[in-house]
Design a protein around this ligand. Sequence first.
Ligand code: PMV
Length: 361
Amino acid sequence: MTENDFLPSSYQNSPEKGKVTWKAPSNIALVKYWGKRPVQIPANPSISFTLDSCATTTSVSFERKEKKDNFSFDLFFEGKSKDDFKPKIQTFLERIEKYLPFLKEYHFIIQTSNSFPHSSGIASSASGMAALSLCFMDIEKQLFPSMEENVFHAKASYLARLGSGSACRSIKGSLVQWGNHANIPDSSDLYGVEYPFGVNPVFKSYCDTILLVHKGQKQVSSTVGHQLMHGHPYAQNRFQQAFDNLDKLKPILASGDLEEFIKLVESEALTLHAMMMTSMPYFMLMKPDTLQIINKIWAYREATKTPVCFTLDAGANVHLLYPEDAKEKVLEFIKDTLAEHCENGQYIHDKVGEGAIKINT
Ligand code: PMV
């Protein structure tokens, strides 16, 4: 599909008012997206596990209004009016209006909440933008009921991408790939697709425990981080490596080769942070506890041969990835050895999920 497929057709219905609710999960990348061109076009392809319980639930109530010259919305986060989030939503609406021309025809009440604790350091932009995009697509579907399912999902992902790049991987599927790749059919820079190749069952129930090392504000936002890949001395090699890693991942995902999976995933995480440390200006998002956790994971894996590994997003928190059948042992390991490195001893258990769902209201 191209951008033109997401431009609206003439609408068939015009409801006066209504309410829609969607729950969209967060995701954790295995091959990382880091570097982009306008507007949110990734410099390299990426792939992520969709998470299950870390999610945002968003309701959008809509009511037709008289004046159609402006966007009009109220925003509530966890039940409280949230004016400081409004500029971000306003920018998002401006960006997507071309694709959803009904946006100025309604007043919206947006109510959103996260399943994970506020300020946990878990980025809510992916799940938040995905849930909001799905709500708007649901409204568009009421205006244009003959819209096909595949267009609905691809366009929801397309809109989410315009809100926050990696959000496009939080719509559909347990493994989602985003970014043109010659060897991945139907892959696109414009939206995420369900990974089209065979995936060993071990990855369908993979666990992710998020160790909350540092819950405060990040020193450098991912927006700035992406920008610093322009003129970065290692950028071209890094982008090529991501393309190559997607090729390498194909047989690994098909066979369930955990040894190779671990090598690739940990290398991706450390490369992401190496890019941050070698940009100009350079910065570091890992904390001493992040490194201590990594070293303990390596020592534990060596000693017990348990196939547990880590990945990182753009922050200090550590995502501990392991197969379900290792869960009991790994939970002990976390409690006894890793929890002491988490802020207030906090961590969140999650696992691979199936994508966003509509909640009937
Ligand atoms: O979607 P953004 O702009 O917040 O970028 C996310 C980048 C990483 O989380 C570091 C990697 C990824 O692919 O999710």
